[in-house]
Design a protein around this ligand. Sequence first.
Ligand SMILES: [Zn+2]
Length: 216
Amino acid sequence: MLLNLLLPSRCAGCDTRGAPVCSACSRVWGTPTPVSRAPLANLVPAYALARYEGVAKRILITYKERGRRDVAPTLGRALATALSSFAAVPSFAALSSGTPPWCLVPAPSRRTASRTRGGPHVQRLAEVCARRVGAYVAPALTLKGGRDAVGLSRAERARNLEGHLHYTPSGRPPPGTRVVVVDDVITTGATSAACVTTLKNAGIKVTAVVALLATV
Ligand SMILES: [Zn+2]
């Protein structure tokens, strides 16, 4: 609190003083747009709220790489708005009110990356989102070993994930919920597909993948 008084926060998107994300930059998150990627084809529908460029990209990088936890409420709120808007998407009509609650499974962060980023960054967003829409959060996936995926090609990412992504029974989604895998960025789609497949192999049906951003 005292620190906030001494150092007024700057917008993660445009660097103006004031809110962690100013009102103009908060508007970059749109409605969920379908994302098509080869690894996800015939698996589950995937959606993103913005393209991985400009202000949206800067906000995410500031949150993720600079440990700006104060950006989490804005990003979690954007995910919550997206989930709520699924009622209007024809293929998601069944997800509207009156159906089982959602359960968000965060794409796992590597433990080493989590340490430098101040905790599992996607899980924190899922928790903010879940509080707003009354969903569950199930940390059912963990990543052990391998390396950070930044800069890897699709084939390298797939190899990097092999044997490192694990299903964690203690984080199993509650029975009867509709499971959505949440991620920050969809690039090649390999990570999302691996998350969905790992859950599927554990007998858990995934309804969709929702990410904040997708590369162009
Ligand atoms: Zn701004």
